[in-house]
Design a protein around this ligand. Structure first.
Ligand code: PGA
Length: 293
């Protein structure tokens, strides 16, 4: 048995779903459901107060302002972080259709997802572009949630480890200043500037979730890569989330599989209030000493 070193994070990735009105309704319904007075949600409030759980939602850019307002007014005690699903590497300038870190920060967004497999596959974002984004977002004091993961072919060809290593190394290692910045920020603050989401591409939106053993094995690899890159002690500060068809039915099993599974990046199952509330309940009740692999 091994104790959890980090808080569990449950981050909903709404992708291109919801509009301003349904965003408002979502948070208002969440507030009504996850109520302090309800016994079934007492562990959730306790976990939040103890700093054992962090909640985030990543809506489309156009919903960020509404989500921040609605989360503050309807679920203040959940302290929901609102994340962007992407951000541009440049500080500002002639990049039509793009969004800069300073614009996000001014709105109240502190963290951005980068490297989601849909960005890599559908919008051609390469490891090199992601390395620039990671560097620039860390420089600009945004928190980064960096996604990595292998395709089905890559897994079947036995290349999972190689792919994860490449995606980590090409993002973190090419520019020595990225590592310096990351180390500085890890040493300076309690809040983690970097979270990694392991999202096997074959599990995203497919209903085929990785088994707890597959997820635990991949997380152990990622942790050992991170400790090679950053040293053991700093690497321990980085949360590793699993993503890909997480639901209230499989989440408890994933969290129980390993203390290296620090939560979930959840797409489809974060879009409905009841389902998100169930995921939060499961995270709050997860064992503090999951079985180590
Ligand atoms: P899913 O998406 O939970 O719908 O599989 C996860 C993700 O893409 O982050």
């Amino acid at each position: 048995m091994s104790n959890r070193q980090r808080p569990i994070r449950v981050i909903g990735n709404w992708k291109m779903n919801h509009g301003p009105a349904s965003t408002h309704d979502f948070f208002s319904a969440l507030g009504a459901l996850v109520n302090f007075n309800k016994v079934e949600f007492a562990p959730l409030h306790k976990a939040l107060q103890a700093g054992r759980l962090q909640i985030g939602i990543a809506p489309s850019f156009v919903l960020l302002g509404e989500a921040i307002r609605a989360a503050r007014s309807h679920v203040p005690t959940l302290e929901v972080a609102i994340l962007a699903q992407n951000a541009h590497a440049a500080k500002a300038g002639a990049y039509t259709g793009e969004i800069a870190a300073f614009q996000l920060k001014e709105l109240g967004v502190q963290e951005a997802i980068i490297g989601h497999s849909e960005r890599r596959q559908l919008f051609g974002e390469s490891d090199e572009v992601l390395a620039q984004k990671l560097h620039s977002l860390l420089e600009q004091d945004l928190h980064v949630l960096y996604c990595i993961g292998e395709t089905l072919n890559e897994r079947q060809e036995g290349k999972t480890r190689e792919i994860l290593k490449r995606q980590l190394r090409t993002a973190l290692a090419p520019n020595p200043e990225t590592l310096i910045k990351l180390r500085d920020r890890l040493e300076a603050s309690d809040a983690t500037p970097l979270t990694i989401a392991y999202e096997p591409v074959w599990a995203i939106g497919t209903g085929v979730v990785a088994t707890p053993e597959q997820a635990a094995e991949a997380h152990a690899w990622v942790r050992s890569e991170l400790s090679e890159i950053l040293g053991t002690s700093l690497s321990q500060r980085i949360a590793l989330l699993y993503g890909g068809s997480v639901t209230p039915e499989n989440f408890a099993g994933l969290l129980a599989a390993s203390p290296e599974i620090d939560g979930g990046l959840v797409g489809g199952a974060s879009l409905k209030v009841e389902s998100l509330a169930n995921l939060l309940k499961i995270a709050a009740e997860a064992p503090t000493s999951p079985s180590a692999h």
